[in-house]
Design a protein around this ligand. Structure first.
Ligand code: GDP
Length: 364
């Protein structure tokens, strides 16, 4: 699962990306590594892991991860090939969701490409580029569909929908706010439109605005109003502080946040929200060797969840022994939970829930 970080130049994208990847780098132990400097593997903060690891005396903890891609270079005119525009747009097409960084901080030393701080204008600039790029795709699709539509009812229906969607985009609206029926939504999903992807706005504020979540910052308010219209979420971050915090160890970071009166960093909130936005949940496994979070899409059944660990687990699936994380912690041990009847045996139709601590039984 991949998220792309977009935004105009000098809004704080790289700073955010660096703090994300640096904060993530600390908790190492990734099942894989990447060499692309623009792709960062970030662990999803999950307090439950340490608690379980203590309970089971685990040698190590392996968190769930998501990937962030720093997509720099999106400027006005990108869809017309300005800069390396089209190349950047094609990178965005490969991500599952977008983090749109918006400059909400004043700093006369840091040039704004448009000469002033104005989130409304900036968001529109980026979103229009995405819309233009989508319109190109739609136009190609329309041309192709029109050819067959005369003799094919389904294609005729699709053509009619494509025309409506085109008008919607031409009004400056993203594909995700297009009112579509279920069948239409399925079709639209196959076009892989940029403006159909979920978006999180990251309002990048100055140090002073960080502790109170930008409550007094009029730019943040503007971002929230725009986001509300398209059902997107907004997170207030201070990329500068996040970068400084990324240099600290866990204990120092905790103290730093406590001094600000905060429980978690903007970064942690953003990572968690991204995970949620992608419809992802974690089930957990624990033992003396490792405590680990495994990523699945909400709605995944037990055998397929087992398959995340190993394909043999899915093929030979017999049943899952499951205890809810809270129950397990309350009881103090797996055996105590079992005695209280809180360990359930679930079969192949069971839908795995976030926080399920699972032991799979399987045939080899
Ligand atoms: P990008 O072009 O969007 O990747 O922007 P950068 O991350 O390179 O940031 C541009 C400049 O803005 C850098 O000098 C950063 O140090 C600075 N910057 C980033 N975030 C903040 C912030 O929250 N407050 C202030 N004052 N400066 C920031």
């Amino acid at each position: 699962m991949k998220l792309g970080i977009v935004g105009l130049p000098n809004v704080g994208k790289s700073t955010l990306f660096n703090s994300l990847t640096k904060a993530g780098a600390e908790s190492a132990n990734y099942p894989f590594c990447t060499i692309d400097p623009n792709v960062g593997v970030v662990s999803v903060p999950d307090k439950r892991l340490q608690v379980l690891a203590d309970l089971y005396n685990s040698e190590k903890i392996i968190p769930a991860i998501i990937e962030f891609v720093d997509i720099a270079g999106l400027v006005k005119g990108a869809s017309k090939g300005e800069g390396l525009g089209n190349q950047f747009l094609s990178h965005i097409r490969e991500v599952d969701a977008i983090v749109h960084v918006v400059r909400c901080f004043e700093d006369s030393n840091i040039v704004h490409v448009e000469g002033s701080v104005d989130p409304g204008r900036d968001i529109e600039t980026i979103n229009l580029e995405l819309i233009f790029s989508d319109l190109e795709i739609l136009e190609r699709r329309i041309a192709r569909t029109a050819k067959g539509a005369k003799n094919d009812k389904d294609l005729a229906k699709e053509l009619e929908m494509l025309e409506r969607l085109k008008v919607h985009l031409e009004e400056g609206k993203p594909a995700k706010t297009f009112a579509a029926e279920e069948e239409e939504s399925k079709l639209i999903a196959t076009y892989n439109l940029l403006t159909a992807k979920p978006v999180i706005y990251a309002a990048n504020v100055n140090e002073e605005d960080y502790a109170n979540d930008g409550a007094n910052n009029p730019y943040v308010k503007a971002v929230k109003e725009i986001a509300a219209k398209e059902n997107s979420e907004v997170f207030v971050i201070c990329a500068k502080i996040e970068q400084e915090m990324a240099e600290l160890d866990d204990e120092e970071r905790k103290i730093f946040l406590e001094d600000l009166g905060l429980e978690e960093s903007g970064l942690d909130k953003l990572i968690k929200a991204s995970y949620r936005l992608l419809g992802l949940i974690s089930f957990l496994t624990a033992g003396p060797k490792e405590t680990r979070a495994w990523t699945i899409t909400a709605g995944t059944k037990a055998p397929q969840a087992a398959g995340k660990i190993h394909s043999d687990f899915e093929r030979g699936f017999i049943r899952a022994e499951i205890v809810n994380y809270d129950d397990l912690v309350k009881c103090g041990s797996y055996n105590a939970a079992k005695e209280k009847g809180l360990v359930r045996l679930e079969g192949k139709d069971y839908i795995v829930q976030d926080g399920d601590v699972i032991l799979f039984r399987f045939n080899v």
